[in-house]
Design a protein around this ligand. Sequence first.
Ligand code: SF4
Length: 231
Amino acid sequence: MILAGIQKNSLIDYPGKVACVVFVAGCNFACPYCHNPDLALGRYPERISVDELIRFLQPRRLLLDGVVITGGEPTLTPMLAELCRAIRNLGLEIKLDTNGSRPDVLAQLMEERLVDYIAMDLKTAIEGYAPVLVADAVKPLIVQSIKLIKTGRVDYEFRTTCVRPFVDEQLIVPMAQAIEGARRYVLQPFRKALLLQPDFFGQANPSIPPRELKQLQTLAAPWVQQCLIRS
Ligand code: SF4
C-alpha cells in the first residue's frame, strides 16, 4: 500500500487533538469543487509506504494524540484496516474522513474498533448526489453510511462544504433531515482554490458569504443535536 503523503502535524484536522494527517490517493466522487484534484484523481504528490509512515510515527507517538486518515477516499484502499491496525499498535487514536460511499468498510472498521472518530461529508441533498458527484447507485450507500454512523458507538461528525449549487437555503433542510438527530453537524465555508472541475462553475461565484452561512446554520440546527460553523 502506497500513501500519497503526510502532513507531519495538525491542530485543526482532529477536533481537540494534535494529529499527523495521512493522505490516501484516489476517489470515486467527482466533486467539481474538490480542492485536492491530484489526490482525487489518484495522482501521488509524494509516495510513502506504510512502513515509512510507521517509522515516522514511532518516535513521535508521545507527541501526537492521533492520526487522521483522509483522501481522496480512504475507504477505497483495500489495506485500510491494516493501516489502522499498524497505527493502533503505536497507541495513537484514529480519525477517518470519508465520503460515505463504502458502508461495508466503515462497518468493518467500527466492528473491529479500528477508528475513534469518523467525519463523513454530506455533499448535498441525497437526491442531488447523482449524476454530478457520483453514480446513482451510490446514493443508497450514502444513506446506509449515515445510519451506520449515527447508530454506532464511534464518535462522529457529519460535515458539509457549503458551496453553490450543492448547498443553499432550500437544500440545507433536506440535508439536515437526512442526518436527523446527528450528534454533530459542521458547516464549512468553501475556499476558492485549485478545483477539480473549474469550468463547472463558469462565471458563477460558488462561495457562500458568512452571513448566509449563519442562516444555513439556523435552518439546519433544529434537525441535529449540534450544528457548528467551522472556518
Ligand atoms: S471533495 Fe472529497 S469526495 Fe469529492 S472528489 Fe474531492 S476527495 Fe473525492
